[in-house]
Design a protein around this ligand. Sequence first.
Ligand code: NAP
Length: 466
Amino acid sequence: MSERLGTPERPLRVAIVGAGPAGFYAAEALLKQKELACRIDFINRLPTPYGLVREGVAPDHQSIKAVTRVYDKLAAGEQLRYFGNVCFGSDLLHEDLRRLYDAIIYAVGAQSDRRMGIPGEDLPGSLPATIFVGWYNGHPDYCDLSFDLAHERVLVVGNGNVAMDVTRILVTDPDELAKTDIADHALEALRASKVCEVVMLGRRGPAQVAFTTPELKEFGELAGVDVIVDPADVALDPTSEASLADDKTAARNVALLRAYAERAPTGAPRRIVMRFLVSPVEILEADGRIAAVRLERNVLAQGPDGGLRAQGTGAFEELTCGMLLRSVGYRGVSLPGVPFNTASGTIPNVAGRVTEHGSGETVLGEYVVGWAKRGPSGVIGTNKPDSVATVAALVADIAEGLLPGATGDGDVAALLRERGVDYVSYADWKILDAHEAAHGVAQGRPRVKETRVAAMMAIIHAGRGA
Ligand code: NAP
């Protein structure tokens, strides 16, 4: 009889693909299982860990990044190894992981963005907010992009927290951003920016926004920025007004928006204009790039699910702009060899157990956490109970003897070396981390980010030899 999985004689071998919050919380939940002996290997595409904590959280929200201390503590344990700079699907294939591990947990997040589906969406100057976020956060995939900030007005479509982040970064005094870990290339571009007005376009009303109150409050505290809200927009329809009684966040948001609507503009050098009940229906071109957006005014109508949805009125207007950032949600992308639901942009699953798309059959030994599991919603902490639930399913499957177990022997480190993959260990990451932090100290910043993989690897190589 084969040895039981998860015992000291035969520890459970788990691969976690993706070293963002959801992956780390899955590792934490596994390590908390007192009865379970396990070895966990992180496989991460970038050399750097932490996912959206490094590449997504806004640079002026440093305190949120303190969660990485918890991740560092986990990574310091002997049961956990980190293989950064390793791409699932090319450096390591699905079948490699099936051979080497008893369980695979996908924690890959949502690597792309949703589209608006309107004419002109791909014109130069019409871009997803997600890549702007990646650019100012120094994500290597986006560090060579350039954004044309030579125009006075930018439109931001959507009323979520990402829309709030990109709007705030566009109007914040660069001297303030210079105290953060914003990518140097972005700081330089923002210093030269001519943008003085950012118009946020919400398709529904102030009571239906997806952003949270602290972010809205921050708008009102930005130096040199007026926040403009039309009083007519905060006079709610009766259904929206009634909904405030049961929704504290919406009530707080509406109260704050009403306070902004009462403020007289001070003539500050930059403005945030918050518009509601408008949808872009077409992006208009001049000289081969975005020049304006055609907007349709909306009303709220009862949707099939009982909620209020935006409905076009047939009344249109045009608004000129130099850039448009659509911030209408992230979207997952498929991984080679792994089931994927193209409609939802997630890995199909039941309670975190991966299932075949279509048949719904469980793929034994494969699990999913975070945005890849439930879609791009919630804050960093939301991923903790989500990962705990998936790990509970994994542990139950071990008890039921449902895991097929690794089909082969061998170690991923040897396989990667054999394939010539220059993988990054956690100790390697700490070399880069220390380098970035040391540069930060010299400039009075939390860190100065390296944004190119080659530069990161050069620092790590030099540090290994030191
Ligand atoms: P989100 O919260 O889902 O917001 C998406 C917004 O886009 C909603 O206002 C939505 O309006 C709108 N939208 C969707 N399709 C649209 C369309 N076709 N036309 C116009 N508007 C459209 O997404 P997100 O802002 O990308 O954020 C993702 C998650 O990360 C959220 O859970 C967010 O809270 C979190 N996050 C948190 C922070 C923070 O804590 N500071 C920062 C960044 C992100 P409807 O409501 O009408 O659908």
